[in-house]
Design a binder for this molecule. Structure first.
Ligand SMILES: C[S@@+](CC[C@H](N)C(=O)[O-])C[C@H]1O[C@@H](n2cnc3c(N)ncnc32)[C@H](O)[C@@H]1O
Length: 211
């Protein structure tokens, strides 16, 4: 294992790192909001008031067919803490989304970030371009996005989102340098009809080696 992965716009969550930590050498984590970064840092520090991710860790271990006992969960969470070496601020609106750094990642994970951070389609397209510039030529993208969204909610707060469908995502990824044949998108319907989005899109793609 020699690769380095970045979670871009990870929010206050570490769920995407549970399986990633067993597959990469190192993980970097980023978000736009300082309170989100502090929440993740609390979990890393095992602070008593940190969110308990163990039910999610257990679910991931079950899906991976790995030991999901208390000890198995503890070992995987230790592995995440060992491999997560950087927690930093990011901004998808900046052509240098991590500030001045020449690091390019082998694996880029970005879940519900670009389409959930703007309601403007051309800004979403720019976010996708900026975010994916952090991936090495030949690197792998793992992305989840809301499908057909007008908004999404967290608790009682409602946030705007960009309305995109599979073809919009496929086209944007192709235009920013992903190999056409490598782009795989699967969708699942929203869990409740009352959601202000149709479903979730799960995408994987490989960046062209010649970019
Ligand atoms: C819907 S949340 C998704 C968080 C997490 N990835 C998840 O799956 O739960 C959207 C995230 O995008 C971040 N965000 C908002 N504006 C951003 C920007 N300009 N650049 C990068 N991230 C941004 C927010 O701080 C928030 O954590």
């Amino acid at each position: 294992m020699s690769s380095i992965a970045l979670d871009f716009g990870g929010g206050p969550t570490i769920y995407s790192l549970i399986t990633a930590s067993a597959r990469v050498k190192e993980i970097h984590f980023s978000d736009y909001l300082e309170p989100n970064l502090q929440e993740v840092q609390k979990w890393l520090d095992c602070a008593p008031d940190a969110f308990d991710w163990s039910a999610f860790t257990r679910a991931a271990l079950v899906l991976e067919d790995q030991d999901y006992s208390q000890n198995g969960i503890l070992l995987r969470e230790e592995e995440i803490r060992r491999r997560l070496t950087r927690v930093m601020k990011c901004d998808a609106n900046n052509p240098l989304p991590l500030g001045k750094t020449d690091i390019q990642y082998d694996v880029l994970i970005t879940n519900f970030c670009a389409e959930s951070s703007t309601e403007d389609r051309s800004q979403w397209r720019l976010f996708i371009e900026n975010i994916t510039s952090l991936l090495k030529p030949g690197g792998k993208l793992i992305l989840c996005a809301l499908k057909g969204a007008v908004s999404y909610s967290v608790g009682k707060e409602v946030f705007p989102a960009v309305y995109i469908l599979e073809n919009d995502l496929r086209q944007a990824l192709f235009e920013v340098g992903f190999l056409k044949d490598s782009i795989q998108i699967e969708s699942v319907p929203a869990d409740r009809p009352s959601r202000h989005y149709q479903g979730l899109m799960l995408a994987m793609a490989m960046k062209s080696a010649s970019i």
